[in-house]
Design a protein around this ligand. Structure first.
Ligand SMILES: Cc1cc2nc3c(=O)[nH]c(=O)nc-3n(C[C@H](O)[C@H](O)[C@H](O)COP(=O)(O)OP(=O)(O)OC[C@H]3O[C@@H](n4cnc5c(N)ncnc54)[C@H](O)[C@@H]3O)c2cc1C
Length: 404
């Protein structure tokens, strides 16, 4: 059996590895020319992610990331207003990507090759590549992220919904920290909760995946409300006046937005966090979106990872969810023997409720930062997730489906 996988990021690579393990022949098409490892920043690992890597023979080993024991919340003066013992390992998106990519045969990974058109018929699927050529296969995997073109075959009604806030992100090299700021936050998963905002930060591996003391980096995510109608268009406009649709490439973010954000850091954040925001370079922001679908497969096409469900990052589940989709897909293919379409329907039935549950939980965790709270449920959740205890207990911890 042959599969075409569109998108060579985490979701695409997990699916391709698992299909090869089942004996499929797989071609992965990734439109970005250079390797993707530089993308993204820190992420939290969960046991399901490590299990999914083990399932395809990848042992991430002890150096997968930086162990963290304790979470703390600081007030604007830098005093502890809460702490929680919660051992976890923080890694980097690039580290997981590299583990998957290095274990994947180059011959089947085509970077710099986008897919421009997707079609399916009763007997198979067909795609047109950016170089004009056509490819056919038995199965089409849409691992092409939030703007998926495969989603148009599977569930065209779905549209990403802006959540009402953005996340500023950045990394600081460990040696660049002042001794005072290092002592105050570096070994911790640290939070700060300014009114209607949330800052969180934690250590991750440094250059060359180095996790040794002195060689690490500190990663921050600062959630800030930005109104969709009155503010977001200006955030998505570059210095030449060109406005982007959903996100702006980091190098094109206008310097005055960065200066404004850094000035606000002085005013709103504890000194150690403010120092970090000043030293991080480059910094960039991502508007936060929710995306849900009611189907993850149609005929011989399926969607996986962020092509299907995009959860706000508070759960820290994006990578683990993409891995879980791949594991569920191969289990379903094995259960259904040669009946490919039945296997895809079963995959969709299993993963849609899971995706919805993750998205709902992430919405609840993020309600506090929304520029506008539209429903009674949003107001209730904004109230629930505004205390240090609730935020520390539920942010970026493994997510399990609530019992029916
Ligand atoms: C602020 C923020 C914080 C986050 N924090 C975490 C975290 O702590 N933990 C976590 O697990 N996740 C986190 N995530 C989410 C995580 O980045 C994604 O969920 C993860 O990368 C899985 O995505 P994916 O492979 O499905 O899609 P993507 O990573 O979006 O990849 C899609 C790929 O498809 C390619 N592509 C698109 N269209 C085409 C085409 N037509 N032809 C060829 N190629 C195409 C793209 O170039 C891209 O490489 C965070 C996200 C954000 C925004």
């Amino acid at each position: 059996m042959r599969a075409i996988v569109i998108g060579g990021s985490i979701g695409g690579l997990f699916t391709a590895h698992y299909l090869i393990k089942l004996g499929w022949s797989v071609e992965v098409y990734e439109r970005v020319g250079e390797e993707l490892a530089g993308r993204g920043a820190g992420i939290m690992t969960h046991p399901e992610l490590i299990d999914a890597l083990s399932g395809i023979g990848i042992d991430p080993g002890a150096s997968v990331g930086v162990p963290i024991q304790t979470r703390i919340t600081l007030d604007p003066q830098g005093n502890w207003v809460g702490s929680l013992e919660l051992p976890q390992v923080a890694t980097a998106w690039g580290r997981i990507y590299r583990l998957l990519r290095e274990a994947f045969p180059d011959a089947y990974y085509h970077h710099g090759t986008g897919v421009e058109q997707v079609l399916q018929s009763d007997g198979g699927v067909r795609v047109r590549l950016s170089n004009g050529s056509l490819r056919e296969a038995d199965l089409l995997v849409g691992a092409d992220g939030i703007r998926s073109i495969v989603r148009n075959l599977v569930y065209p009604q779905a549209q990403p919904q802006y959540a009402g806030y953005i996340a500023w992100r950045g990394l600081v090299e460990e040696p660049d920290f002042s001794p005072a700021a290092h002592k105050e936050i570096f070994e911790y998963f640290a939070f700060c909760l300014p009114p209607r905002e949330q800052m969180l930060a934690y250590p991750v591996a440094g250059q060359g995946d180095n996790v040794g003391p002195g060689r690490r980096r500190y990663n921050f995510v600062w959630y800030r409300p930005v109104d969709e109608l009155t503010e977001l268009p200006a955030f998505l406009t570059d210095a030449t006046g060109r406005q982007f649709e959903m996100s702006i490439p980091p190098p094109l973010i206008r310097p005055e937005l960065v200066r404004g954000m850094r000035a606000d850091a002085e005013r709103l954040l504890p000194p150690a966090f403010a120092e970090m925001v000043h030293k991080a370079d480059p910094v960039f922001f991502q508007p936060i979106y929710d995306l849900t679908v009611e189907r993850m497969a149609a005929g011989r096409a399926l969607i996986t990872g962020d092509a299907a469900f995009v959860a706000r990052p508070h759960c820290g589940m994006g990578v683990t969810k993409a891995a879980g989709d791949a594991v569920a897909l191969v289990a379903s293919l094995q259960r259904h023997g040669g009946d490919l379409e039945a296997a895809l329907q079963a995959y969709s039935r299993e993963r849609v409720p899971y995706g919805n549950a993750v998205i709902n939980h992430a919405r609840h965790l993020g309600a506090y930062m929304q520029a506008q709270l539209k429903s009674a449920e949003e107001r209730e959740m904004a109230e629930r997730y505004r205390t240090p205890e609730a935020v520390m207990r539920e942010t970026a911890v493994p997510f399990y489906m609530p019992a029916p």
